[in-house]
Design a protein around this ligand. Sequence first.
Ligand code: GUN
Ligand code: ZN
Length: 438
Amino acid sequence: MTLSIRAWRSAILHSLDDPAVVGIEASYQYFEDGLLVVENDKIIALGNSTDLLPIYKDIADITTITNGLITPGFIDTHIHYPQTGIIASYGEQLLDWLNNYTFPAEGEFHDKAHARSVAEFFLDELLRNGTTTALVFGTVHKESVDAFFEASEARNLRMIGGKVMMDRHAPDFLVDTPESGYQDSKELIQKWHEKGRLHYAVTPRFAPTSTTEQLTKAGELLQEFDNLYMHTHLSENTQECEWVKSLFPNCTNYLDVYDQHNLLSDRSVFAHGIHLCDDEYHRLNETGSAIAFCPTSNLFLGSGLFRLNKAEEYGVNVGLGTDVGGGTSFSLLQTLSEAYKVIQLQGEKLSPFKSLYLATLGGARALRLEDKVGTLLVGTEADFVVLDYQATPLLNYRLAQSKSLDETLFVLMTLGDDRTIRQTYSAGKCVHTREEEK
Ligand code: GUN
Ligand code: ZN
C-alpha cells in the first residue's frame, strides 16, 4: 500500500442520474457510514466502511468525519470572474445594469496586475463555497483570460474560461473587432485549451454585442479546434429579447441567431434561457446544448422565472449557475435555496435530490465532464467537499430534528452557505479549510 492512498470515513452522498428521468430512488447513492478512497488525484474506491475497511486496513491516513457529509464538489456552469467587484449593485435591470456597473468594471481588466489579483480572490471565493469547477467569462481583454488560467493552473483546478468577444453596442474601451476577437481567441486556445485541467470556451457576450461577422468568426473557431466550448447568454430579459428581434430580423427566434452562425453543439452553454418558445427548447435538445439556470441573478435583475419543467419536458441539459456579479452569491447552496423559490413561484416543487443533481452531476453533464467530475464514482477525479451539519447554531438545531436524508439535504440547501463548507478538495488535495478548522 503506497503512502499516496488516503481515505475519508463519513456519510457520503452523490448523484447517479437525473431524478426527472430515473426517479428519485435510482438517482443517488448514499452511504451512512461510507469510505471514500483516493490515490493521488483519483477516486479508487467508494462503499460502505464495513465492506471496504478490511480491504484498505493498511491505509495510514484515514480521516473520520463526524456530523458532516461528503458530496462531489459543486459545479458552477455560468459565472463572470471580472464582475466579482460589482456583486450587489443596486437598482437596475439587465441593460442598464450592464451599462452602469458591468462595463466600467470590466474596463479595468486591460491591466494584468488587476486581473491577476481579482482572479486569485475569485478562486479563493469559489473554493470557500465548495465550487471546484466553473465555466467562467473573462473580459474582452486577453490579459484577463491569461490571468484566470494562470491562477487556475497554479491550483490545479478543472476550469473552463474564455475571452469575451464583443464588437458593438459597448464602450470603445471594451470592444474588439471580428478579426482581433478571432485572433486573440485563437492565441488563447493554442495556449490554454486542454492544458492540464483547463478548457477554452469561445465566448461571444450575447447577440446584441456581436455583429454577424463576429458571430461567424466564433463559429469558425469552433470548427477549427476539437472540444471547444461555446458560452454565451440567451433570452434573459424581455427588453433584451425585443432588441435581439430588431437587430436580427431574419432570425426566427433568439436561439436561431446563434444557430444561424453554427454556435449550437453539445458543448454550447447558454446562460438563463428564461423567455424561450417551444421551438427553442426543441432545438436545444436536438443539438445537445445546455442551459445554465441562474436563479439568484434572475431574481436580482428582475429577469423572470426559469421554467425547469419545460427543460425537463424537452430533455434539455441544465446546470446551475451563480452568474456573479448579476447573481448575488458564490454559494451553490444559496443558489439552490433561490432555485427552490423560483420553482415554488410556478406552483411546482424542486426536490432536494434534483437540486443535488443540478449542482453536481447535472452541471458535469452540461459541460460534458461527467467522466471526470460531478460524482464520486471510481476512476473520477477526487474533487469533493465536506459539508458541516454544525456549521451554524441554527443549522445544527434544525438538523438535529431531521428524520430523513431528504430532509437533511433540503435543510442544508436552504440554510447552507460558505460556512457549511468545512473543506474543499480538488484532485485529491485540500484547497480550502474553513478558518476555525485550521
Ligand atoms: N447579458 C450580456 N452580458 C451579460 C452579463 O454580463 N451578465 C448577465 N447576467 N447577462 C448578460
Ligand atoms: Zn452572465
